[in-house]
Design a protein. Structure first.
Length: 115
């Protein structure tokens, strides 16, 4: 019986403490959680093309820091989301690109050659 009284007292005190905070919240408007990751603006990354494989849609790029993925500069292979992104790119070209990590696969979503 003593435990039940202690439990009821603790629950009552919790409600009394939390009630003002709950009352101050504005429940009339939806909360702004920002854009989903897929809709957020991805920063462009600078790089130099090392190799292009049109057939598989893969490209090797020596790149600078990829800020949206918190990735340091390195050389690595990426897959283009659309093979046509690679149609005007050759080894040695300086490029700017955006990349996303989809289930561990690095996908290039945009790519442009820079002079």
């Amino acid at each position: 019986m003593k435990k039940i009284i202690q439990l009821i007292t603790a629950a009552g005190l919790s409600l009394a403490i939390l009630s003002p905070a709950i009352a101050q919240m504005d429940h009339s408007k939806p909360m702004d959680h920002g854009k989903p990751a897929s809709q957020q603006e991805m920063p462009m990354t600078d790089g130099e093309v090392r190799r292009v494989d049109q057939e598989t849609g893969k490209i090797t790029i020596k790149h600078g820091e990829i800020k949206n993925l918190d990735m340091p500069p390195m050389t690595m292979v990426f897959t283009a989301t659309d093979k046509s992104l690679l149609s005007n790119v050759n080894a040695g070209d300086k490029v700017q690109f955006t990349v996303k990590n989809e289930k561990g696969q690095m996908l290039i979503t945009s790519l442009k050659v820079v002079k």
